[in-house]
Design a protein around this ligand. Structure first.
Ligand SMILES: Nc1nc2c(c(=O)[nH]1)N[C@H]1C(S)=C(S)[C@@H](COP(=O)(O)O)O[C@H]1N2
Ligand SMILES: [Mo]
Length: 152
């Protein structure tokens, strides 16, 4: 956790797995027209993690950083939804490498390109700034129920 925070927070996988765990049941919608329904995610709610971070008042947006410079942006209001979860487990087992082990973010109310796998860090920003997919033409917000797939 870095950027517009009073103090940076670094947590190891061990520490994350010892914090209070929650579960979220959610469908996942990819922009290229597939959905995977009824996923069971277990891990740390973003709200739980945010109890340990003090944001600067200017913080408005979040940049999620994954492995291989993968990034996605979202408003803090979506990041703080009670269904946003840093998942360690999917459908009863540890995440597989392909699906994001050791840690992935899951943001059920937005398209799956926001659900960054192999998460490394969360950066807080004072403005909206496009992540990798958004920069390459995916919608800056990405509401699957409004079919906000692309920015054009
Ligand atoms: N780090 C990283 N996270 C990522 C992606 C990626 O390429 N790299 N692809 C996104 C997209 S477009 C989708 S649809 C989902 C797919 O998740 P899955 O592999 O668990 O099905 O992961 C998202 N998270
Ligand atoms: Mo996707």
């Amino acid at each position: 956790m870095f950027g517009l925070v009073e103090e940076q927070l670094r947590l190891s996988w061990e520490e994350l797995s010892n914090l209070p765990q929650s579960e979220v049941f959610a469908d996942m919608h990819c922009v290229v027209h597939w959905s995977r329904f009824d996923n069971h995610w277990e891990g740390l709610l973003a709200t739980e993690l945010m109890k340990r971070v003090k944001l600067r008042p200017e913080a408005r947006h979040v940049m999620v950083h994954g492995e291989n410079n993968h990034t996605a942006n979202l408003p803090i209001s979506d990041f703080l939804r009670p269904t946003t979860i840093f998942a360690l487990r999917h459908n009863g087992a540890l995440l597989t490498a392909e699906h994001g082990y050791p840690l992935r973010l899951v943001v059920p109310n937005l398209y799956a390109y926001k659900s960054v796998k192999w998460v490394r860090g969360i950066e807080f920003l004072d403005r909206e700034s496009p992540g990798l997919w958004e920069f390459n033409g995916y919608h800056i917000y990405g509401d699957p129920f409004k079919e906000q797939r692309s920015s054009s």
